[in-house]
Design a protein around this ligand. Structure first.
Ligand code: SF4
Ligand code: SF4
Length: 392
């Protein structure tokens, strides 16, 4: 969106959101006591507004999550102290739960929210205007653009990056974190990525510095890896010490040899007490169309940006990018555009202006790379997962 009323873009929505929160007893219940609920619950607990969890699964109702009781919907309804409900499941189950809530007369956007709408819109506004806390959903530092795989259609364009590409220096990594946390008080997930971040020679130092200074400002602190490298001892130690979640992307459907790699990696992580996640093998990716799409009409490009709502911000030194893909693809695939599509954190005029930028406002109202990207429509262009452009 284009700034029209800089510094006040959310003032009127904020009033409504704060009133609605008050009307819902200033409590939040997360419907879905799984991974998504857990991750969002971590942030909610910091604000002391988590009422508890709701789940349709009787097995889950016997236990607790984040020390909160998991209720059935019936038990929740008996409770006088009702709150906002956030549906923290994805896919078909999300529709099922939303229908359950609608059947009870509850209204989406007033009484309940999808977790995406909540974490990317309603909650950041509530957090900033009511609690004075600048909340961001996801932010990343891309330590290196080098990678051990060469996936066709890599969303960061890393398949063209050679082994001689310079990584961020460790000082740049420290600066990136310092600039980011100068403005952001709470981030749901802070991620070290690449390329393949395990190729970064000073990964342990990066984790230690960021963990020591800023761990209490993050819900999750994570590394996203393709699982081809076993971390060295010092990295494992730092991951354990700072409670880093090691996320392993699962490309074994296409690259069969990764089954064994993942098995070895899981064992090492378990032996060293490092928490990790390895999902089911990914079935398909989407093609953002970076190499085929070319739009020139500014209004159309702005529409693509507005519909996209990517959550993935990137901080790179003092530069804060709204879309990590736009920055990395432009650089790696040689578009060489959008060089000014960032906020310079050396000269932010006001914290509220930073907040609005983080929520999608800018002077232009779009990024140059949106002219070469399908954005939210990419999902209609499925492609195979991690097809290699050459055998390594
Ligand atoms: S493993 Fe990830 S970063 Fe590396 S080329 Fe594949 S998609 Fe890109
Ligand atoms: S449409 Fe723009 S903001 Fe969205 S993913 Fe593409 S380049 Fe990034």
């Amino acid at each position: 969106m284009k700034w029209e009323n800089k510094g006040h873009e959310f003032d009127s929505d904020a009033e409504k959101i704060i009133q609605s929160f008050k009307d819902h007893n200033e409590k939040i219940y997360l419907f879905g006591a799984g991974r998504i609920g857990h991750d969002i619950g971590l942030s909610m607990k910091r604000y002391h507004i988590l009422g508890g969890f709701i789940d349709n699964n009787p097995e889950k109702q016997k236990g607790k999550l984040l020390e909160e009781q998991v209720l059935s919907l019936g038990q929740y309804l008996e409770n006088q102290d009702r709150g906002w409900i956030v549906v923290t499941v994805a896919g078909n189950r999300e529709n099922e739960i939303e229908n359950q809530l609608i059947d009870l007369g509850l209204k989406k956007g007033i009484d309940f929210f999808s977790y995406e709408d909540f974490t990317m819109y309603t909650f950041p506004i509530l957090s900033f205007y009511k609690f004075g806390i600048l909340y961001a959903d996801i932010a990343q530092i891309s330590l290196t653009e080098r990678c051990t795989l060469k996936c066709r259609n890599c969303a960061h364009g890393c398949y063209v990056v050679g082994a001689d590409r310079k990584d961020l220096s460790i000082e740049e990594v420290y600066d990136s974190a310092d600039y980011f946390f100068k403005y952001v008080d709470c981030v749901r997930e802070f991620v070290l990525i690449g390329g393949e971040p395990l190729l970064y020679g000073k990964l342990a130092d990066a984790i230690q510095y960021i963990g020591e200074k800023y761990r209490d400002k993050m819900g999750l602190f994570s590394i996203t890896s393709n699982g081809t490298i076993i971390p060295e001892k010092k990295v494992l130690e730092m991951c354990r010490k700072y409670n880093v979640l090691f996320r392993i992307s699962n490309y074994s459907e296409t690259i069969k040899r990764l089954h064994e790699k993942y098995r070895q990696l899981q064992k090492v992580l378990e032996d060293n007490g490092v928490q990790y996640s390895l999902g089911n093998a990914e079935k398909q990716w989407m093609d953002y169309g970076f190499e085929t799409v070319c739009r020139e009409d500014e209004e159309e490009i702005a529409r693509v940006f507005d519909a996209c709502k990517t959550p993935c911000r990137e901080v790179r030194g003092s530069k804060y990018y709204y879309c990590v893909m736009a920055r990395s693809v432009s650089e790696n695939l040689g578009f060489d555009i959008g060089k000014c599509d960032y906020m310079d954190l050396k000269s932010v005029e006001d914290k509220k202006v930073f907040f609005e930028f983080n929520m999608g406002y800018s002077e232009k109202g779009y990024l140059d790379m949106c002219g070469h990207c399908r954005g939210s429509e990419a999902v209609q262009y499925p492609i195979p997962v991690a097809e290699q452009v050459k055998v390594l």
